[in-house]
Design a protein around this ligand. Structure first.
Ligand code: ZN
Length: 430
């Protein structure tokens, strides 16, 4: 049930003052690619806030017990995780921390300004707070699931009151240890959508991120052509919750690709794109950002694929590594009509040009690979032989970045009889 305010877009930050005294609150020290650089109570509270987000956070699998994945809000609302606070601070500092003592049966509470200018959450020390990645820990008297209770408290922060639905995360008292509160139910989703509106069709979406040296490349859709703000998590601790921002960033490829220099004071956490022409509907979902990625930069899908006669867009992917030495990269596309014939091709540059019944998302020069046929499920595969460039200039070397796409015949699909997949950006390494 909405309480009557909404958090201003400048108040979407979440920080943790990690003064939790129970060892159980910080015993999760397993790295998680969806929550880079954070552990224990910080990771648990980060997970709690992203469950309210508009899209799956990364691949959504940061908490394997979550049916449907983490990121269930579907509203014009996304939080920006801002890491460690050095103190609990004041109401409006948007922090979570532990508070000495007890107050009867109260587990935790959130203080909010009723004009949407911020909040602060406390967890009473007299309970045992468990950050548990454990999905099935046996409930014990006095032990509570920090992530589950934090999901409830963050619901209050963003303007929700209590629900009468006993299955809702916003029900006043937790079932057992609060573990099931990690997942929003339909009443919670209806609540956040009532306050912030159902996710707007114009809301920008990040669907992939790849770090290469000091450049971050984001793939997605509906980025502004100019004037984007890129919001990063501050490195280290402290700050005031305001994201580290890169301003006036241009996008390319029809608002689907965006390159930004990583600010020096940005750290592992989340990245968001704010197109500045509005409120929550102008702020993208939060995507994991790792400033110390191990191995080759991640593959990145970008550009739009136009649906074909099978009613689906064709989507690129890759299997294996991008290691030149391993030479085991396999290109694939899925979603094409069954048994369609096509050709994978590649280019050092990206582009955005309507051709045939689709779009060419590469900028040339173009190098074409062998013709292949999709299988009965519409999937086409091609192992890349990195030792055999199709012609001079197409040699794939360590440190180079290439863009791949699939052209395919689809006579019933449109006037031109051929179409294209989206595009895949692949950085190659030793
Ligand atoms: Zn409550």
């Amino acid at each position: 049930m909405p309480t009557g305010w909404s958090l201003d877009v400048t108040q979407r930050d979440v920080r943790v003052f990690n003064n939790f005294t129970d060892p159980e609150a910080n015993d999760n020290q397993t790295p998680d690619a969806n929550f880079p650089g954070r552990f224990g109570a910080e990771m648990a509270i980060w997970k709690a806030s992203v469950e309210w987000g508009s899209e799956l956070h990364g691949d959504g699998q940061g908490d394997p017990g979550q049916v449907g994945g983490l990121g269930s809000g579907g509203a014009n609302f996304d939080a920006t995780f801002q890491g460690s606070a050095l103190a609990a601070g004041q109401v409006g500092d948007n922090t979570h921390s532990e508070l000495t003592g007890c107050a009867g049966g109260v587990l935790a509470f959130t203080q909010s300004f009723v004009d949407g200018t911020g909040w602060r959450t406390f967890y009473y020390q007299c309970w045992i707070w468990v950050d548990g990645p454990e999905q099935n820990w046996t409930p014990k008297t006095g032990y509570y699931d920090l992530q589950g209770i934090a999901t409830h408290e963050y619901g209050h922060s963003l303007g929700l009151g209590h629900s009468a639905d006993p299955l809702a995360t916003m029900f006043p008292t937790p079932p057992s240890n609060g573990r099931t509160w990690r997942s929003l139910n339909s009443d919670d989703v209806a609540g956040i959508q009532a306050i912030y509106g159902v996710k707007d069709p114009s809301k920008p979406v990040i669907s992939g991120a790849s770090v290469n040296g000091t450049t971050l490349t984001l793939g997605g859709s509906r980025f502004a052509s100019v004037g984007n703000e890129i919001w990063f998590t501050q490195s280290g601790g402290g700050g005031n919750g305001t994201p580290v921002k890169s301003l006036m960033v241009e996008s390319s490829v029809g608002g689907t690709l965006l390159d930004v220099q990583i600010p020096i004071d940005a750290g592992s956490g989340d990245v968001l794109v704010y197109t500045t022409l509005g409120d929550g509907e102008a702020l993208s979902n939060a995507w994991p950002f790792d400033d110390q990625p191990v191995g080759c930069p991640a593959p990145l899908n970008y550009c739009d694929a136009i649906p074909n006669s099978a009613g689906t867009p064709s989507v690129m992917g890759s299997i294996g590594s991008q290691s030149i030495a391993a030479n085991n990269t396999i290109l694939y596309s899925s979603g094409s009509p069954a048994n369609s014939f096509g050709i994978f091709f590649y280019s050092p540059t990206s582009g955005h040009l309507p051709v045939g019944d689709g779009l060419i998302c590469l900028g040339g020069p173009f190098f074409r690979l062998s013709a292949v046929q999709a299988d009965t499920t519409g999937r086409a595969l091609l192992p890349l032989d990195l030792t055999m460039p199709p012609k001079p200039g197409g040699q794939i070397t360590s440190g180079s970045v290439w863009h791949f796409q699939w052209w395919y015949r689809d006579v019933p699909g449109g006037p031109s009889g051929y179409n294209f997949s989206d595009a895949l950006r692949l950085p190659f390494c030793d």
